[in-house]
Design a protein around this ligand. Structure first.
Ligand SMILES: *Cc1c(COP(=O)(O)O)cnc(C)c1O
Length: 442
């Protein structure tokens, strides 16, 4: 990689794709134990999903994949062309965690959004004295509970996918829903929400601005509840449940994860909730044998900025001359969540940045090589193993953090995070751009 010699600040501020290794990774070995939450909190979220399975199955036609629980498949795939230099001795196995097919929301936001809305509904039902009903979801369609839900508004701000997840679930359960959409939100996402009678508030500003305005509006109305993507334990723990699911799917495929068999996971990052929850959950499950890398657009590298700076609150990417424009609308976030940055600081192995060109080419390759249709944000993970295996920073990471010889027995999970509902014409537009880039690269 040509930027190997560049100072990371130059690469970051210059918008050049590169792999940043987190200097605070494992600085405090007990980091997971000291975090605000424990495995018991993730398991409680998992029970909530299981309890709601039947209800969701009755509200949505596309739910059950893994029993009654919302889940996506883990698919074994071959290495994409060009990533592996020595094909005779490949660097372990590659997998794709297909959250681009996650039911209901069609993205990784399904777990977080569902968990938060259901947890709030439970709390409401119990606050209003429906004692037996708050854990027995079969009563939630009863008229008293429906009128309770109908009096309450769930408010969320989003670049698109979180709005889709929270809005669709809130409306299906019987709540009112208001979704504040930032400037990059795609119109098909707004239309889908309007179709189920959610109220859309469109903003000219970015995501951080939409969150601020949404939060203020919700505060003025005592019967509204704000899903705060910058600061939400319920979203975070919902996302973390994915770690338990991945653990089960790996075990089913007889994949071992230990010192001799390290696990590498690559997840796209926006404000940080989804990848942060997954990173936290995976460290609870696999400890130091899992290595989690986040991926951000070069112009929206807000988590990299937050983690590479000192203790003060996260700064906006505009402060270092980046403009937050990216084809990855789901990752177009200018300021990272302070809550998540604090949790993942000692846990995440590193963050790599990707240009629009890389994203579009990956989108094309995911279709060409594996038949998967994803949105641009969701294609960021595919470059993870490339950065790890084919850059100086990646080699340094492997040398310092893994046992000699263990790479051949390693497993790599690329998280594809959204795309199921992407309209065909939009997908084909991205695909043809990606193909042209791929043609030129050969
Ligand atoms: C939201 C989103 C992410 C990242 O999640 P954050 O919680 O914002 O970090 C990744 N991919 C897609 C498709 C998303 O919509």
């Amino acid at each position: 990689m040509t930027v190997a010699q560049l100072d990371y600040k130059q690469a970051l501020g210059g918008g050049v794709p590169f792999l940043w290794l987190n200097p605070n990774h494992r600085r405090c070995p007990g980091a997971v134990a000291e975090a605000r939450w424990t495995m018991a909190d993730i398991e409680a979220a998992e029970r909530r999903f299981q309890a709601s399975g039947k209800l969701l199955g009755s509200l949505f036609s596309d739910t059950c994949l893994d029993g009654d629980v919302i889940e996506s498949v883990l698919q074994a795939v071959d290495w994409p062309a060009g990533q592996v230099q020595d094909t005779a001795s490949p660097p372990g196995h590659l997998w794709i965690k297909c959250d681009h097919q996650l039911p209901i929301a069609g993205s990784i936001k399904a777990r977080g959004g569902l968990h938060e809305v259901i947890a709030f509904a439970e709390e409401l039902v119990s606050t209003y004295g429906f004692e037996q009903s708050h854990r027995d979801f079969s009563h939630w369609s009863d008229s008293e509970i429906q009128s309770l839900f109908n009096e309450h508004t769930i408010v969320v701000a989003s670049t698109g996918n979180l709005g889709l997840s929270v809005g669709l679930i809130a409306k299906a359960l019987g709540f009112k829903a208001v979704v504040h959409m930032s400037v990059e939100a795609k119109s098909w996402k707004k239309e889908k929400l309007r179709g189920c009678r959610a109220i859309i508030v469109e903003h000219d500003g970015d995501y951080t601005e939409a969150v601020r305005i949404g939060r203020e509006a919700a505060e003025r109305d005592p019967k509204s509840y704000f899903v705060d993507d910058e600061n939400s334990p319920r979203l975070f723990l919902g996302y973390a449940v994915a770690a338990l699911r991945l653990q089960r799917q790996l075990a089913r495929n007889k994949v071992r994860v230990d010192r001799q068999n390290p696990l590498f996971v690559y997840v796209p990052c926006g404000v940080g909730g989804a990848p942060g929850g997954i990173c936290f959950g995976l460290h609870q499950v696999f400890g130091e044998n899992v290595h989690v890398f986040f991926s951000e657009p070069t112009q929206s590298a807000c988590m990299l900025l937050a983690l590479s700076e000192g203790e003060a609150g996260p700064r906006a990417v505009y402060d270092i001359g980046l403009d937050n424009t990216t084809v990855a609308d789901g990752l177009a976030v200018s300021r990272a969540s302070a809550m998540v940055a604090n949790i993942v600081k000692p846990l995440v192995s590193g963050i790599y940045t990707v240009s629009d060109e890389i994203l579009l080419r990956n989108l094309y390759l995911l279709k060409h090589e594996y038949g998967f249709s994803v949105e641009p944000s969701a294609a960021a993970g595919l470059s993870g193993s490339d950065f790890l295996l084919n850059t100086d920073a990646g080699s340094r990471y492997l040398k310092e953090n893994t046992r000699p010889g263990s790479l051949a027995r390693s497993n790599h999970v690329v998280w594809t995070t959204g795309g199921m509902h992407l309209p065909r014409v939009e997908y084909e537009h991205y695909w043809s751009l990606g193909r042209a880039i791929d043609d030129n690269a050969i």
